[in-house]
Design a protein around this ligand. Structure first.
Ligand SMILES: Cc1cc2nc3c(=O)[nH]c(=O)nc-3n(C[C@H](O)[C@H](O)[C@H](O)COP(=O)(O)OP(=O)(O)OC[C@H]3O[C@@H](n4cnc5c(N)ncnc54)[C@H](O)[C@@H]3O)c2cc1C
Length: 455
């Protein structure tokens, strides 16, 4: 036998049936699962990693942004509650005023929420358990279960083998639209001409024993000079000394690697990305120790379990969000979540980043989460229907959380009734503390303000 393709016939045990199944337990999926369960659904959450939290934990991207536009809070409900619980658990010192990509040519000052990702893993477990969500970790979702053209569940593989789970509604929160793409939902992001335009990947690493305050005290011009020197010597990968600090300012969680030209939907290329990322870390670490005030005594304490991916697929939904919508403050009758920005596109093949703040909180309509044609599925997080540029402002974890809240609540409603009215969804979301329109956020701006200390 020498065939290049083999045909398998599989008999797959069905494990269980749920009202709502959430595929992917990252920023969006975790909140979606909790929201669906709190809205009365029986919920399963399937995640390939050994923890929940997604890019925040497995990817070690240790700061939530996208929660504030200026001083206006754009995320309420379960996403904001997550930040309160992380802080209460000692996983964060709270919100801070932080200059993003400070050593780059065009930094922006925002409000961030830096955290210790290890604590986020524990809080995420707590929130899912308390909501009554059935969590299945170490389980890779491999495809949809399709019945009459409708998504009726998913197929997964884990150490037990291949299994199926049935759902009335499925939330695709994988970031890569894994289920949606396989179910026939139209999507963009894999076109060959995009190959060299995709944003770079970053393998995050953690340095312990850092004097973070000494580093923060360095004037910006000096930081930029250090970064450009590191680039010229070939020891840094991009023009930023970007890191998030942990509570007590002892550790720096560094977003300093930059891996270009990778198709993150190709297994071999993704493998190469991890290896290139580690090679970059091998040269960045001594550069930090030898040249950057505050890092003299630092040690490499960890490398993220998985490389961070900024860009893969985006579904083509019933509406596609554009930069013009964001800048023009377009209002939507079916607005269900708010973006805050910043607009953030990392230069493909280069060392810069295009960063700017939208003028006000922007509305995201339910139609961006709902695919054309295929029923039984709602998509949330990084893969919603948006142009590449708009996605650069809508992919932050704060926004992913409020999208997840809406997706989970919608799925819970849709599990018991066809096409639930958007007014009913907005009512449910508001009753759970969510901010669903720019008017909501602006009206509550004073009440929702938080104290944000300097970074
Ligand atoms: C390097 C980098 C830096 C960033 N910096 C910031 C920042 O500072 N602050 C910020 O707020 N945002 C930042 N972002 C953006 C942000 O992290 C993501 O856009 C955001 O996490 C998207 O949320 P999500 O829930 O869609 O995806 P994720 O958080 O990535 O979650 C997706 C989850 O789905 C799981 N999954 C995927 N496929 C499968 C499968 N087949 N089976 C089972 N599970 C699966 C994954 O394991 C993961 O847990 C950054 C992103 C990157 C890559």
């Amino acid at each position: 036998m020498n065939a290049s393709v083999i045909t398998e016939t599989l008999s797959t045990p069905v494990l269980d049936r749920y009202d709502v199944i959430v595929a992917g337990g990252g920023a969006s999926g975790l909140i979606a699962a909790v929201a669906a369960a709190r809205s009365g659904a029986r919920v399963a959450l399937v995640e390939r990693a050994g923890c929940l939290g997604g890019t925040a934990t497995s990817g070690m991207v240790a700061q939530y942004i996208g929660l504030f536009n200026g001083t206006v809070r754009c995320v309420g409900g379960i996403g904001f509650e997550l930040t309160r619980r992380i802080e209460a658990a000692g996983g964060s010192d709270g919100f801070r005023r932080y200059t993003l990509a400070e050593a780059s040519a065009n930094p922006v000052t925002i409000t961030n929420f830096p955290f210790n990702p290890e604590v986020v893993k524990i809080v995420a477990d707590d929130m899912a358990r308390e909501a009554g969500v059935d969590v299945l970790l170490h389980s890779r979702v491999v495809g949809p279960l399709l019945e009459d053209g409708r998504v009726a569940g998913l197929l997964l593989e884990n150490v037990s083998g291949r299994r199926a789970l049935r759902s009335r509604m499925l939330v695709d929160a994988t970031g890569d639209a894994v289920i949606a793409a396989a179910a026939g939902v139209p999507y963009v992001g894999e076109e060959p001409e995009l190959r060299d335009k995709r944003q770079p990947l970053t393998l995050v690493f953690r340095m312990s024993n850092v004097d973070v305050r000494a580093f923060r005290a360095i004037p910006r011009e000096q930081k930029r000079a250090i970064a450009l020197d590191g680039l010229q010597r070939g020891q840094l990968a991009w023009e930023s000394l970007s890191f998030c600090s942990t509570p007590g300012d002892t550790d720096a969680i560094c977003l300093m690697s930059r891996i270009h030209g990778i198709d993150a939907l190709d297994g071999a290329e993704l493998t190469r990305a991890e290896q290139v990322g580690r090679q970059q870390i091998k040269t960045i670490v001594p550069f930090l120790r030898e040249n950057v005030p505050g890092f003299e005594q630092s040690v490499l304490a960890g490398i993220a379990e998985r490389v961070g991916i900024r860009e893969t697929r985006r579904i083509v939904g019933r509406y596609t969000l554009t930069t013009e919508d964001i800048v023009g403050g377009k209002r939507f009758a079916d607005a269900i979540a708010l973006g805050a920005g910043p607009m953030d596109l990392h230069e493909a093949g280069g060392t810069g980043v295009d960063l700017w703040m939208p003028p006000a909180p922007f509305e995201i309509p339910l139609a961006c989460l709902l695919p054309e044609r295929v029923e039984g599925i709602v998509v949330t997080g990084r893969a919603i229907s948006a142009t590449r540029e708009a996605n650069g402002g809508a992919r932050h974890m704060g926004t992913a959380m409020c999208l997840g809240h809406a997706a989970g609540a919608y799925a819970a409603l849709a599990a018991t009734q066809e096409n639930p009215a958007v007014d009913k969804l907005r009512q449910l979301l508001r009753s759970q503390g969510a901010l669903v329109s720019a008017a909501d956020a602006l009206a509550a701006a004073d009440e929702n303000a938080v104290e944000a200390r300097p970074a």
